[in-house]
Each structure stands twice: as structure tokens, then as C-alpha cells.
Design a protein around this ligand. Structure first.
Ligand code: AMP
Length: 406
């Protein structure tokens, strides 16, 4: 099946076009600066030259029109007819309590997605726009929504309830949802494969460390706890998000600095985290470079970042009653040997022994980076959320076809 996977953000759309039977990515690309006269489309087709187009792309509908056009283009395309796109899979950030797995998009599902906008006001509206644009340009093509929250939907109440009046949970659905679910699902499955053991028998801590960071306790193939919460703001320190903090500090700062709700929101989402502490950058490569030059605030940022991960690993080992593997993924988890080494330092007593030489050698791909005698296996595994979306889409659309034949 040929599946177009879309990740629609507020001003960008990332895409990958899969041939699931041949296990191939036929093309991938990115539309950036949607809404501007100088939007950019970068398109990389398999076996052909990569291209960059700059032009006016004022909304998501036009962006999707461009994506379809480049997939069909004579010189840079990979298909001849629109009808060769068998299905479209969308990353949808928030499924709320409504969706515990991927779904075929129907008018009822669209209504439920719209009802969930309040829970993810920044993320769900562009996801919905992406679906509407595909409905317009590829009418009749089945579409599937794959939710960031779904993998965490079986967390027990003690992990998802906050210590606030229960009525607020009931009334406004204020609870932990967790995000990056497709990534935690993918890397925990890969770790089980690499260990040659059934996922159902394993206890795995998965650390997705990118611009956004979250960590999950995956027991028996289910996420039983994760660090992101009601929104993707809670938990680990991130590029520009501060993660865990005393909630009253924000009320205090709002009073002292006279901040509006929207300014406070910007402070928490855009000006905190690595950037906030270091005053330098939200990018881990730049933080590491600044630390090497002796920058003190960059070192604080680095230390808060790694210390927080270490604390979560300890708490998730306690929550699961043990651990078989620790997985690092995401831009930082996959590429920063310094972060991995700092997180794993002095964890031998818990059975985690990092092989410093393998870790330092910056190996490519999926690699075991623990010592041979480490009780707990440590891996770095490149995540592939798009593949999860493509395979889920294929599965759901195939089931639909089977049902219609019956
Ligand atoms: P992502 O959101 O998964 O694309 O990850 C982005 C983050 O990965 C940024 O903070 C980058 O600085 C970080 N990153 C990418 N490559 C490296 C590297 N070689 N060393 C350290 N951090 C890296």
C-alpha cells in the first residue's frame, strides 16, 4: 500500500510517502513558512535529485496541493496518478480520552477532534487543517488519525490523576495524557526485538530527548507512566520548556512582572528550559559547545537537563518494580554521547553499566551501548514515528476494506 504520512504543524507540514509492501520511503519533504509569500517546499524523492521550491503558500490547503503536485511531477515525482496514493495517515497530537488507538477519519471523528481542540489549542487545529486539505484534494482517499496520546491511554489512575479536586478532572478532563506516544511505542518494540524477548515480559524505560523531551515507563508493552502531562509542558527540561516546577511560582512571577495569561504561557513554552537557564540557546549542540568553553549558565542548563532524566529513570524503575532496558532516542538521545554518559553516571548500583567506548564512538543506527555484563541493557535507537503512522494507517485501511467486502 502507498501511504502518505503527514505531520501538520501551525506553519509547516512534514511528509513521507511510503510503499509499505516494499518497506520503502519513496519521497519525503517539508513545507515551511506556510502563510507567507516566501514559503519553502523541500522535496527529496528516492533515486532522484532533491529540490527546493520557494513561493507563496498561504494556507494548509495550498501546501497539500503543492505536496501532491511534487509527488506527481515528471522530473521529481514518484507516482503518475493521484489514485496511487492509497491512504493518508496523519499525526494528531491530542486524542483526549476519546481515542485510545488510531482511527479511520469520519465526520464523527472530525467532530471529536474539534471537541478536543481545547486540550491542545496549538497542535490540534493544524492537524485538523491537514485532514481537511486532504479531503479537499484527494476526495475519497481513506485517512487515518494516529494520536501522540494513544500509547499512554492505559495508564492507571494513580499515574494520570493530579492532586486537584476530582470534579475538575470530571468537568474539564484535567489529567495526565502524555505525548510522543508513537515514538515510545516504536523504540520499546525495537528494544524487545533487539533483546530477542517478548515485549509483554519486559520493563523498559524509554527516553525521547529532542526539542521536546519525555520519558516513559513501558511495562508489558504498555506505557504505565510518562513525564509529559495534561500538556507537553510537564516533566523533563526541554529546549524552551521548563518541565516540572512548583505551579505557584508562575502565579508569583505573573504578579511580580504583571504578566497576562498569554505572556505567562509564552514564558513557560518559549523562554524556559535550556534556553531559559543558559540564556544562550535551546539547542543541545550549542549548549554542549558553550559548556566546553566554560560557560557557567550553560553548564547549569546541561546539569538540570541530565539530572532530571536520571531522577525520572529512578522513579520509573520503582514504579515498574525493576527494569530490563533503557532506551535513548530523539535528536539528543540518538546523537549526544555526553548526555547519555551524564545520565548513566553512577547508575551501576541499579544494574546500568554504560560501555563508555561504544557510547563515545558515536555508532550509527540501533546500538547496544551497555557493557556485556550490564544487567540492564542500554540502547540508542533512532525513532521512526512516521513508520508507525504508515503501518497503522495500512492496518486500519486494510481492515476497513475487508469489512466492506464481507
Ligand atoms: P529533535 O527535536 O528530535 O529533532 O532533536 C533536536 C535536538 O537534538 C536539538 O537540541 C539538537 O541540538 C539535538 N542534537 C542533534 N544532533 C546532536 C548532536 N550531535 N549532539 C547533541 N545534540 C544534538
Amino acid at each position: 500500500m502507498k501511504v502518505l504520512v503527514l505531520n501538520s504543524g501551525s506553519s509547516s507540514i512534514k511528509y513521507q510517502f511510503f510503499d509499505t509492501e516494499k518497506n520503502l520511503v519513496l519521497a519525503k519533504g517539508l513545507v515551511e513558512r506556510i502563510g507567507m509569500s516566501s514559503a519553502i517546499l523541500t522535496h527529496a524523492p528516492i533515486g532522484k535529485e532533491k529540490i527546493k521550491i520557494v513561493g507563496e503558500i498561504l494556507d494548509h490547503s495550498i501546501a497539500i496541493e503543492y505536496v501532491i503536485a511534487v509527488l506527481l511531477s515528471k522530473n521529481h515525482g514518484v507516482i503518475k496518478e493521484k489514485s496511487e496514493i492509497d491512504a493518508v495517515g496523519h499525526r494528531v497530537v491530542h486524542g483526549g480520552e476519546t481515542f485510545s488507538g488510531s482511527v479511520l477519519i469520519t465526520s464523527e471523528v472530525m467532530q471529536a477532534l474539534k471537541d478536543n481542540i481545547e486540550l491542545a489549542p496549538l497542535h490540534n487545529p493544524p492537524n485538523i487543517k491537514g485532514i481537511e486539505a486532504v479531503t479537499r484534494h484527494l476526495p475519497g482517499t481513506p485517512q487515518v488519525g494516529v494520536f501522540d496520546t494513544a500509547f499512554h491511554s492505559q495508564m492507571p489512575p494513580e499515574a494520570y490523576l493530579y492532586g486537584i479536586p476530582f470534579e475538575l478532572y470530571k468537568k474539564y478532563k484535567i489529567r495526565r495524557y502524555g505525548f510522543h506516544g508513537t515514538s515510545h511505542l516504536f523504540v520499546s518494540n525495537r528494544a524487545a526485538k533487539l533483546m530477542g524477548k517478548p515485549l509483554e515480559e519486559l520493563k523498559i524505560v524509554t527516553a525521547h530527548l529532542g526539542n521536546g523531551c519525555s520519558i516513559a515507563a513501558v511495562k508489558g508493552g504498555h506505557s504505565i507512566d510518562t513525564s509529559m502531562g495534561f500538556t507537553p509542558l510537564e516533566g523533563l527540561l526541554m529546549g524552551t520548556r521548563g518541565g516540572d516546577m512548583d505551579p505557584s511560582l508562575i502565579l508569583y512571577v505573573m504578579g511580580k512582572e504583571g504578566l497576562s495569561l498569554s505572556e505567562a504561557n509564552t514564558l513557560l513554552n518559549k523562554h524556559s528550559g535550556l534556553l531559559g537557564i543558559s540564556g544562550e540557546s535551546s539547542d543541545m549542540r550549542e549548549i554542549e559547545a558553550a559548556v566546553n568553553e566554560g560557560n557557567k549558565k550553560a553548564k547549569y542548563a546541561f546539569d538540570v537537563f541530565t539530572y532530571r532524566i536520571k531522577k525520572y529513570i529512578g522513579s520509573y524503575i520503582a514504579a515498574m518494580g525493576g527494569v530490563d532496558a533503557l532506551v535513548f532516542t530523539g535528536g539528543i538521545g540518538e546523537n549526544s554521547e555526553v548526555v547519555r554518559a551524564a545520565v548513566c553516571e553512577n547508575m551501576e548500583y541499579l544494574g546500568l553499566k554504560l560501555d563508555e567506548n561504544v557510547n563515545k564512538s558515536r555508532p550509527d543506527g540501533e546500538v547496544l551501548i551497555s557493557e556485556g555484563n550490564s544487567n540492564v541493557k542500554i540502547y540508542k535507537i533512532p525513532t521512526n514515528e512516521e513508520l508507525v503512522i504508515a503501518l497503522d494507517t495500512e492496518k486500519i485501511v486494510s481492515e476497513q476494506v475487508l469489512q466492506s467486502v464481507k
